[in-house]
Ligand binder design. Structure first.
Ligand SMILES: Nc1ncnc2c1ncn2[C@@H]1O[C@H](COP(=O)(O)OP(=O)(O)OP(=O)(O)O)[C@@H](O)[C@H]1O
Length: 769
């Protein structure tokens, strides 16, 4: 025993020595980077000074003007070079500063195939060399590092850009380093020892998500390093690290395709703005820039600034009728997507609805005339080029109208009323001379008309002559001919009544989210909108909340991208049970041999008792494995009156505070959340109410309506009023699961009257209070 201990101590001392050496090298490199930043700054300052002096001396004389111009260019180039070098060094310094905190977290010893020499590498957040090609630290994303996450000891194969490589792994060692000291280290034969994971997971949450590179699990690693799939579909239980996996995957891709891929070519669709806030630090922590992030609503909403988008399916204060649900299901389906395409194709022959292009309040190009032009091209013209040709023709006609327009009375009146200042602004030079007053008039009239007609020109370019709303309504009215409505249990009359409602909403400047994507897609097809081919990777988190139509539309919008979709069908709180067929539907959009599906079943977020409880809430759910982390049983309290809950709430909050847990009180609706906020305020208890997704996450106790809690996590969760009257429908089961599974260490459920039947689980799994 004593021998092994002695050996362990010696090994740790040797490792500490190596760590000291690496730290020293990092400090030297930091100083070097700082010197080159200073140098670049001094150079830039002296260049500027010299430049100002030169310009000052040579100013005024014509002969030196050319020289001055040349000198300015030269100086600008030199300044740009210095700036570039300063930026490079600053980036380098940032990386070094990050490494200085924790240079590495693992060591690997291995034999390369056929090579007798034992190699040792250390793995950290970024590569670090003390001389060319002499690596003291390897980036966690380097091909060789994948062994750390993937394999066991012995013969292991890993992927490199040039194909597979084999090595014999002899040692895997993990370190916890703090303040330049090795706190603990353990050798492991497994992929990543649970011991390390336990230490990491035991820590308290903050309002921001953290990187997980030191403890990426084998399954997660598959997602992170996948480079072969066009569609990577990840089904993972709540807390299984889907979001974490995407973020590390973005960092991996930016490394793997460095020089070819930058963060503006990666886009991530996330459930809401709060969530964006929550994850925004992870990539910078990994030394990378954040990708483009938006919600689907923002994506479509920015193209419809005049319409207010509402989404009855996502507000639990509004009850949707059965019929509304069925119609919603039709509008969000793939057959509906196909129907838009078929309808658009028909428009090549007839049916386009145009609008007059107006000028000075009167039709300038009448809609009939536009339709005549549109249908004048032969049948080889398809939608997009038919529209192009129409635009071109309209611009031509517009140009021909300039001359006759100048003879109109309004033009003469405008010319007469020009002030001297306006005249001067129109002349090519001050007090421009003309041959005659007639020539002057013609000159001015042309200018005025051309300027005014810009409005019409703009209208042509922006497709203002397409009556898109009427077109969409027309499409909707054709649906009974294009889709078999009875399959969905909807009659033609019911459908047409809904179309009238859409029309009325349009009048009120509103549109249902279910109509937005088909509406935009139709406009895209008709107007020949070019898709965004720049985006190379699209990530969609919480995929279960997307409809097949939205996904198909995204695929059309980013045709050159590879897709990673992540979700938990157990948490389909907006789309309900229809999400279970989602994977099937999505797979139809991609080639089968380019689609890969990965399942994550182990839940890391919550303690074992919480995971066991939340798992029991599901029926026919996906598999969920718990992670061996002890904790309290969830506690459930049911009281006869709402007022009785208030005291319990306060008591639980205080107990959580004492344990330094951040608590989120999750209520079903915004209204309930507001009532809780008012009560806590009356009790002088500080808490932040999250009203909208655009709000920032604050530290301390939060009150969150359920539909905004997606993707977030908290040390402690108090589920407010989980009574039978509040949660009763079977399709609310996923919502209940989502709420409960936000908790990491402590879950409390409070209810009035009778507990929701959706929460009926084995009584050993919770404690009644
Ligand atoms: N390999 C890992 N090492 C350390 N922590 C991990 C690991 N994987 C996941 N976690 C932690 O588990 C928690 C849940 O992860 P994450 O939010 O990524 O899960 P999710 O699958 O997106 O969950 P949900 O679907 O419920 O939103 C986070 O705190 C994350 O840091």
């Amino acid at each position: 025993m004593a021998e092994t201990e002695k050996f362990a101590r010696q090994t740790q001392a040797a490792e500490q020595q190596y760590l000291d050496h690496v730290q020293q090298e990092i400090t030297l490199a930091e100083a070097k980077a700082q010197r080159s930043i200073d140098q670049a700054q001094t150079d830039a300052a002296s260049l500027n000074k010299q430049f100002n002096e030169e310009v000052h001396l040579s100013y005024g004389s014509d002969t030196t003007n050319l020289e001055t111009a040349l000198s300015i260019r030269q100086q600008q180039q030199m300044l740009a070079e210095r700036d570039n070098s300063r930026q490079q060094s600053t980036k380098q310094l940032n990386i070094l500063q990050r490494l200085a905190k924790t240079p590495y977290f693992a060591r690997l010893d291995f034999h390369e195939h056929g090579e007798p020499k034992r190699e040792t590498i250390y793995i950290g957040l970024s590569s670090f060399t003390d001389q060319k090609d002499h690596f003291l630290i390897y980036d966690w994303r380097a091909p060789i590092s994948s062994i750390y996450y993937d394999g066991k000891l012995g013969d292991v194969t890993y992927q490199t850009p040039d194909g597979e490589q084999n090595v014999n792994v002899l040692l895997k060692r993990q370190f916890l380093i703090k303040d330049q000291e090795i706190q603990s280290m353990f050798d492991t034969t497994e992929t990543i020892g649970d011991q390390m994971l336990l230490e990491v997971l035991g820590e308290k949450s903050s309002t921001q998500m953290r990187a997980i590179v030191t403890t990426i699990q084998q399954e997660q690693n598959k997602i992170i390093r996948n480079t072969s799939a066009d569609l990577l579909f990840v089904q993972g239980a709540a807390g299984s690290g889907k979001t974490s996996a995407i973020l590390q995957r973005v960092a991996f891709l930016l490394y793997r395709y460095r020089g070819k891929l930058n963060s503006s070519q990666v886009i991530m669709f996330s459930p809401n703005q709060l969530f964006n806030d929550y994850i925004e630090n992870v990539l910078p922590e990994l030394g990378e820039q954040n990708m483009v992030q938006m919600t689907y609503r923002q994506f479509v909403g920015r193209r419809l600034p005049q319409l207010e988008i509402f989404n009855p399916a996502a507000q639990f204060d509004v009850v949707q009728s059965d019929l509304a649900k069925k119609i919603n299901q039709i509008k969000t389906s793939l057959p509906f997507f196909k129907a838009v395409q078929r309808y658009a194709k028909l428009l090549e022959k007839s049916g386009m609805i145009f609008r007059d292009l107006k000028f000075r309040g009167k039709p300038y190009f009448a809609k009939d005339k536009i339709a005549e032009i549109y249908y004048s091209f032969n049948e080889n013209y398809h939608l997009a080029n038919r529209m192009d040709a129409t635009q071109e023709k309209l611009v031509q006609l517009l140009n021909r109208k300039i001359e006759p327009e100048t003879r109109k009375k309004w033009v003469a009146r405008t010319v007469e009323s020009l002030t001297d200042e306006q005249l001067q602004a129109m002349y090519r030079q001050v007090d421009q001379e003309f041959e005659s007053s007639d020539a002057e008039f013609k000159f001015l009239a042309r200018k005025i008309v051309t300027k005014e007609l810009q409005q019409v020109n703009k209208g042509i370019r922006r497709f203002r002559f397409v009556n898109s709303r009427a077109q969409y309504l027309h499409f909707l009215r054709q649906i009974p001919q294009l889709i078999n409505l009875t399959e969905y249990g909807v009659t033609a009359e019911e459908w047409l009544a809904d179309v009238d409602q859409v029309q009325a909403d349009f009048k009120d400047k509103q549109v249902n989210l279910a109509d937005v994507s088909p509406y935009l897609y139709l406009i895209d097809l008709v107007c020949g909108r070019r898709p965004d081919c720049k985006i190379k990777f699209v990530f969609i988190d919480e995929i279960q909340d997307y409809t097949p139509f939205q996904l198909a539309y995204l695929q059309e919008s980013f045709p050159k991208a590879r897709y990673t979709m992540l979700g938990d069908l157990n948490q389909a709180i907006f789309t309900g049970s229809s999400s279970h067929t989602l994977l099937n539907q999505v797979q139809k959009l991609f080639a089968a041999d380019k689609t890969e599906v990965v399942q994550l079943t182990r839940s890391y977020r919550s303690t074992k008792p919480i995971t066991e409880f939340t798992r029991a809430l599901l029926r026919n759910g996906q598999t969920i494995d718990t992670f061996e982390r002890p904790g309290d049983l969830p506690n459930v309290a049911v009281r006869p009156k709402l007022a009785d809950l208030d005291g319990l709430l306060l008591q639980q909050l205080r107990s959580n505070d004492q344990r330094n847990f951040t608590t989120a009180i999750i209520a079903k609706t915004k209204k309930e959340s507001e009532a809780i906020a008012a009560y806590l305020k009356s009790q002088d208890y500080a808490a932040t109410l999250i009203r909208s997704e655009n709000q920032r996450l604050a530290a301390g106790t939060l009150i969150v309506p359920a539909y905004l809690a997606k993707g977030l996590e908290f040390d402690a969760v108090i589920m407010w009023d989980a009574s039978a009257s509040n949660y009763h429908d079977e399709d609310e089961r996923q919502l209940v699961y989502t709420i409960a599974s936000r908790a990491m260490h402590r879950l409390t459920i409070l209810a009035v009257g009778e507990l929701s039947p959706l929460l009926t689980v084995d009584e050993k799994l919770f404690k009644v209070e």
